[in-house]
Design a protein around this ligand. Sequence first.
Ligand SMILES: [Zn+2]
Length: 97
Amino acid sequence: MSLPRIPDSWRDRLPDPAGYYSPRIARLGLPNGSGYAVGLCPFHDDHNPSFGVKLTSARGHWCCYAGCGKGDMVTFHQRLTGLDFRSAVRELLEVRR
Ligand SMILES: [Zn+2]
């Protein structure tokens, strides 16, 4: 079984960050003037929203202010699912908004 190639244009075909993160980040708020929204971090036991994500960034850059790190939509999806980079990209291209 061979997996389909990742299209070269995958960066342009990532899901919309707001549509992707909304169902995955509890208590995600509305973006501020810079496009950042804050919600509960899924990577630690978060009771005081410390996960910031830039919803206006096509790459969906995020950062946990409590120290879980930062990255883009692909690294977030990898961390959430445990998938390797290529599998995570493939799955993201399948996400429906
Ligand atoms: Zn965190």
